[in-house]
Design a protein around this ligand. Structure first.
Ligand SMILES: [Zn+2]
Ligand SMILES: [Zn+2]
Length: 349
């Protein structure tokens, strides 16, 4: 199937229109007309080569929503016209303990990311959602519930599941004291999801500038990490802290905020860490943990949860040819929330 996307051809290059082929449908494949694709910080890092050499050209994008246009003969759960989604991975071994446990993101044999990785069967490099079409095996296709607005759902596929999974893993519920560091794409979803689970949510930010926004998302308040007195007063007051800051920073500042048995979970890629101070960990049995997206079943769960609670990411819609500008703003960190590409702005010829 001929399609078009926007690809980077080298680490320093801007994204440009790129004609390429999607594979012929295999027996269990679903072909999707992409309607919207979210723009994730990892898209930027990947095309810039920040996380290592890339198999250019790379078409990024792993917050994909659209409509089924064709199905392979053995597809059981989807039909033409269904509203569907694809997230950060498109395959895994399906045989190991992690895959059997619905944690394909931790597949022992390595899951296949949605873009920039060899397909398990053909070795062809996967290409992501900044394009008109995608072909994905049925097991990695998600369903968009009827009551979710397609144009506002894309960021649930990465920003949503990345924060939902640790909230579930650490059993967040009524009254759990949750801190969310950073109020960007991931952070504001963490606040909305945790608040809908009944948690008492506090945003932890460098200044109080985003206080109104934090409260509008469902937080009870905002703790400024530069306010030493406030930070001291907040010691031992959190059960779980979700750290969404996508750049290098010192975790030692935040660990004392955890109560006994509290956990700080890193969900961003922050590179090498400052040396952790052991005393606050030992005195309080506190933990620093990490978490990567979520499995396919859990990704369906967060889509259903967002439908049930009518939770939407804050989206700013752009046209496909505005992507290079959007990347620049994203690199500066001056985008509140999530950019979403309207794929109707990209024509096939
Ligand atoms: Zn992402
Ligand atoms: Zn596996």
């Amino acid at each position: 199937m001929k399609t078009i996307g926007y690809a980077a051809h080298s680490a320093d290059a801007k994204l440009v229109p790129y004609h390429f082929e999607r594979r012929e449908l295999r027996l269990n494949d679903v072909a999707i007309d992409i309607r919207y694709c979210g723009v994730c910080h990892s898209d930027l890092h990947t095309v810039n080569g920040d996380w290592g050499p890339q198999p250019y050209p790379v078409v990024p994008g792993h917050e994909i929503v659209g409509v089924v246009s064709a199905v392979g003969p053995e597809v059981k759960h989807y039909k033409v016209g269904d509203r569907v989604a694809v997230g950060c991975m498109v395959d895994s071994c399906q045989e190991c303990d992690q895959c059997h446990n619905h944690e394909e993101q931790y597949c022992r044999n390595g899951m296949t990311p949605t873009y920039g990785a060899p397909d398990r069967l053909s070795g062809e490099i996967t290409q992501g959602g900044y394009s008109k079409h995608i072909v994905v095996r049925e097991e990695f296709v998600l369903r968009i519930p009827d009551s979710l607005d397609l144009s506002r759902s894309a960021p649930i596929l990465c920003a949503g599941i990345t924060t939902f999974s640790p909230l579930r893993t650490w059993n967040v519920g009524e009254g759990t004291r949750v801190g969310v560091i950073g109020l960007g794409g991931l952070g504001h979803m963490a606040v909305k999801l945790a608040a809908a689970m009944g948690a008492e949510v506090t945003v932890i930010s460098r200044s109080t500038k985003k206080e109104a926004e934090a409260k509008a998302s469902g937080a009870r308040g905002l703790l400024a990490s530069t306010d030493q007195a406030a930070m001291q007063a907040a010691a031992n007051t959190f059960d779980l802290i979700i750290d969404t800051v996508p750049v290098k920073h010192d975790l030692n500042l935040y660990v004392p905020l955890l109560d006994v048995d509290g956990t700080l979970v890193i969900v961003g890629q922050i590179g090498p860490m400052e040396e952790p101070m052991t005393m606050p960990l030992v005195f309080g049995r506190r933990r620093v943990a990490g978490s990567l997206i979520g499995g396919i079943a859990e990704t369906q769960e967060v889509l259903d949860f967002c439908a049930e609670h009518q939770i939407y990411p804050e989206c700013q819609m752009i046209k496909m040819d505005e992507i290079n500008d959007a990347f620049e703003h994203l690199a500066q960190g001056d985008f509140a929330h999530r950019i979403v590409i309207d794929m109707a702005s990209l024509s096939v010829d």
